[in-house]
Design a protein around this ligand. Structure first.
Ligand SMILES: Cc1cc2nc3c(=O)[nH]c(=O)nc-3n(C[C@H](O)[C@H](O)[C@H](O)COP(=O)(O)OP(=O)(O)OC[C@H]3O[C@@H](n4cnc5c(N)ncnc54)[C@H](O)[C@@H]3O)c2cc1C
Length: 426
């Protein structure tokens, strides 16, 4: 038996929450799905023993508190067919039907392999932030944060709040790029205020531009990192290293549903029109899925998608101007935090590329595409289904990620056998 909704929203981050609230505001019966136990997505991930910011609390309450929204936490989409999604929650698998679907599945971190990146104690920058928010102890740990983009500062603020001793934030973009980026921030006063707030919280922490982590070393876990900066190589003893090179969109479900994608740099994102309509009738997409743009454009695009999915074109039209303004910020981010070619040359022949299946870079030589590499080496066939190594290999210019196949995530056999037959209104 299927549950059915007028509008089904996948992802309860800023985009999905805004979509659910907007669609429910027009009287639609909305289902809001997220794999996580709490709503808020990446930026508003709930922190143990701490209430979230007011904007997060308002965004979550507007969606989850609406009587027209059915909140389905710990529910992961693992498959799809026209008009229905196969989901799995702790109780089991089932199909959910929809008249309109809003995809707001967000993004994940881009991790680029370098010697030592698989040592215990090495994480992504957002990964360290998420671990700290879930209560992983950082007090007294000596932490190095590196990679690229504003997420480094956000992760550093969280780590410091949790008692970490921050040894430095190492940004790969050059100083001149960052100064030009900062000079243009006055057009987005909210972002300028956020940047100033984070810098104030990081007073005394070295922030070094044009700097790349070349190697992590240690016996059983990371003990030191080697940073290549404008003044040469520097060795830093540390307990934890967090490295992230920005974000890449989670397009797997959209691709499975046949939505057209477009390239944004080395990575695909979902192509939409100004009403967030994808190329597939009745399917909308919003937020980071449509190109990395940050929280504000995610909220606006989510609201546009929610209005449009519920048939209110005027509501969607009203938000076009602020959306364009928010997207221009994203274009600046792309330009000024563009990756230095050094970053793509860090992996050595024996550096593990696919962590799930232990495949080194040299094993991929001679393979023209991801399929050939997968068949010969199992690269991308592990639990993450190529979400980490696929993004890295695309960025390294080896081969682009290829198609999505169900199940999108490891699922129980009983879920895959769930009967996609009859349909029940909730
Ligand atoms: C690790 C990480 C940390 C970040 N921290 C910050 C920060 O501190 N500050 C900041 O400004 N920005 C941060 N960002 C950027 C952030 O992604 C965006 O600014 C904002 O959260 C985007 O909103 P969104 O709704 O598009 O996507 P998200 O917030 O990413 O929400 C997407 C949601 O979809 C759910 N989902 C995805 N696929 C499925 C599926 N198949 N089934 C069910 N649910 C699914 C996910 O669980 C997630 O909750 C972070 C990003 C990452 C990856």
């Amino acid at each position: 038996m299927r549950d059915g909704y007028d509008v089904l929203v996948v992802g309860a981050g800023p985009a999905g929450l805004a979509a659910a609230a907007a669609a429910a505001g027009h009287g639609a019966r909305v289902g809001l799905i997220d794999a996580q136990a709490g709503a808020g997505g990446q930026v508003w991930r709930r922190e143990v023993a701490r209430t979230g910011p007011a904007l997060a609390r308002r965004g979550i309450a507007a969606a989850l508190g609406h009587p027209g929204v059915a909140w389905l936490p710990q529910t992961q989409v693992v498959g799809a067919e026209a008009g229905a999604l196969l989901v799995e929650d702790p109780q089991g698998g089932r199909w959910l039907g929809y008249r309109a679907l809003v995809l707001a599945a967000g993004a994940r971190e881009l991790l680029l392999p370098f010697p030592g990146w698989t040592l215990p104690g090495v994480t992504g920058a957002g990964g360290l932030q998420a671990l700290a928010k879930q209560g992983w102890p950082l007090r007294g740990c000596r932490v190095v944060i590196a990679g690229s983009g504003p997420l480094l500062l956000a992760a550093a603020v969280t780590a410091r709040r949790h008692g970490a001793e921050l040894l430095g934030v190492y940004e790969q973009a050059g100083g001149e790029h960052l100064r030009r980026f900062a000079r243009g921030l006055w057009r987005w006063p909210g972002k300028a205020a956020q940047a100033a707030w984070m810098r104030a919280r990081l007073a005394g922490v070295p922030y070094r531009c044009g700097s790349v982590v070349r190697r992590a070393s240690g016996e059983a876990r990371v003990q030191a990192v080697e940073v290549d900066g404008p003044h040469g190589l520097q060795r830093i003893a540390c307990d934890l290293l967090a490295v992230g090179y920005g974000l890449l969109p989670n397009v797997e479900l959209a691709r499975l549903l046949g939505c057209a994608l477009r390239q944004s740099g080395a990575h695909p994102c979902v192509d939409t029109d100004s009403r967030q309509r994808t190329s597939v009738e009745g399917i909308y997409a919003a937020g980071e899925l449509c190109g990395i743009g940050g929280r504000d454009s995610a909220r606006l695009e989510g609201a546009i998608a929610g209005h449009a999915a519920a048939g209110d074109d005027a509501g969607a039209a009203r938000l076009q101007r602020p959306r364009r303004h928010a997207r221009r910020f994203a274009e600046r981010l792309d330009r000024h935090f563009a990756l230095d070619p050094r970053v793509r040359a860090l992996a050595e022949a024996d550096t593990v590329i696919c962590r799930c299946e232990d495949v080194p870079l040299s094993a991929l030589d001679g393979h023209a595409d991801a399929r050939s590499a997968r068949l010969a080496t199992r690269c991308g066939m592990g639990a993450c289904q190529g979400r980490i190594c696929g993004g890295a290999l695309a960025e390294l210019g080896r081969f682009p990620r290829d198609g999505s196949r169900p199940p999108l995530f490891p699922a129980r056999l009983s879920t895959l056998a769930a009967d996609p037959v009859s349909f029940r209104d909730p």
